[in-house]
Ligand binder design. Structure first.
Ligand code: HAM
Length: 413
């Protein structure tokens, strides 16, 4: 019978990939904790309605990319395409938004989007996601951005561009929408791609960041959002930028940056790398003040971002594996159980290493010890078994000495 293979766009991760992912997660935990972020884990499966209401029915994610199916009772379920909507749902259900002034939460895990797989684009991918709920201050946006850029620097990622924009608020965006719609109405539709012709009616902002050459050329003269911002949005954006500048964090204002999810207002941003091909956005996010209320919660503002771990990974160099402390080479099968106990004793001293499960010749065991990178090989042969000793071989110098079994702990401390 043919074997079962993994699904297209989904990946298995053996070391060193899994180690790179752990490194990213551990670095995130350390950097985010310094700003007061705590970890939240939410389910990967949610009612479809959450994403339709949260992300917006006119987005590509909701229209084309969700893994949606009916469960045994016929209820529509969706594998989360992003973390934000689930985090909002969890916080509303928990009631913490009413109890706490500001909630800072991060989430790490797999997301699912049925896109065409290519370099940097998977159907199951992983995000490190942060949300700061409860403040509409530009200080919250700026702190989040400073934290994101510090996180990337700590990973060793520096050749990237932070792009910023402000999408305005419900007071000033309708004016811009109108100006944009008037501009779009004057264009030759034949020059636009099919998606943009549809978006002109349903989601005109999204036309702005279409990557098709024809659309780009036609939109070169489109009105920019910045000129329609109200005074409050203008000041909010200026404050975010001021803090970034004072903290020496470079950024570029990109008036075309509108993002693919509908919940954003005011600050939006992406971090772009030119080193990883066409899918160069390694992180994206922004402010989403109406989202919690739209999902049935209190009127609580928020700002957040998510990094794509597969894309971060492409910018990281492979980690140098740390060396185990020991390897127990067992030459006779009657020594195998002792090998397990010796390794157990050493692990109790916080040392790392393995023991053989099969007795083999000294030559083959030493070759294996070498392969594991162990610093010391503990040799347990027939003679040692008989007289209660062990041989310790320094794998770098080749020097070896015999010790009594009761000297084992002392030899390693
Ligand atoms: P997003 O821009 O859709 O935002 O995704 C964030 C990041 O996830 C992207 O910049 C990219 O690095 C990665 N990503 C997205 N799709 C894929 C894919 N198919 N394969 C690999 N990586 C991918 C959000 O998801 C928002 N929820 C971010 C946010 C949090 N906004 C506020 N809070």
């Amino acid at each position: 019978m043919a074997g079962v293979t993994r699904i297209k766009g989904f990946a298995d991760m053996f070391p060193p990939r899994s180690e790179v992912f752990s490194f990213m997660e551990n670095t995130a935990r350390r950097i985010f904790a310094a700003c007061g972020y705590e970890e939240l884990r939410t389910p990967v499966l949610e009612p479809t309605e959450l994403f339709r209401r949260g992300i917006g029915t006119e987005t590509d994610v909701v229209q084309k990319e969700m893994y949606t199916f009916a469960d045994q009772k016929g209820r529509s379920m969706t594998l989360r395409p992003e973390a934000t909507a689930g985090v909002m749902r969890a916080c509303i259900e928990d009631g913490r938004l009413a109890r706490e002034g500001v909630s800072k939460l991060f989430t790490v895990g797999p997301m699912f989007r049925h896109e065409r797989p290519q370099m940097g684009r998977m159907r199951q991918f992983h995000q490190i996601n942060c949300e700061c709920l409860g403040s509409d201050s530009p200080c919250a946006d700026a702190e989040l951005l400073l934290m994101l850029m510090r996180f990337l620097r700590e990973l060793g990622i520096s050749a990237v561009t932070l792009e910023l924009n402000s999408l305005g608020c419900p007071a000033c965006r309708p004016g811009y929408h109108q100006a944009l719609k008037t501009f779009l109405a004057g264009l030759d539709r034949a020059g636009l791609c099919a998606d943009c012709v549809r978006r002109m009616e349903t989601n005109p902002l999204r036309v702005l960041d279409c990557k098709a050459d024809g659309c780009r050329a036609l939109l070169a003269e489109a009105p920019v959002l910045e000129s329609s911002l109200c005074g409050a949005c203008r000041e909010h954006f200026a404050a975010v930028r001021r803090i970034l500048e004072k903290a020496d964090v470079p950024y570029r204002v990109n008036p075309r940056l509108v993002r693919g999810l509908d919940y954003y207002m005011r600050t939006t941003f992406e971090v772009i790398s030119t080193a990883i091909g066409s899918q160069g956005a390694i992180a994206g996010g922004g402010r989403y003040d109406g989202l919690v209320q739209a999902l049935g919660g209190p009127d609580v503002p928020g700002v957040g971002f998510a990094c794509g771990m597969e894309r971060l990974e492409m910018l990281l160099s492979a980690p140098t594996p740390s060396r185990p402390d020991f390897y127990v080479a067992v030459l006779e099968s009657q020594g195998l159980e002792d090998g397990v106990l010796i390794a157990h004793t050493l692990r109790g001293l916080n040392l790392r290493g393995e023991t053989a499960f099969t007795a083999k010749s000294a030559k083959s065991q030493l070759r294996h010890a070498q392969k594991t990178g162990a610093r010391t090989c503990i040799i347990l042969g027939g003679e040692e078994l008989q007289n209660g000793t062990l041989i310790l071989k320094d794998m770098d110098s080749g020097a070896q000495r015999a010790i009594r079994r009761d000297e084992l702990k002392g030899a390693f401390s």
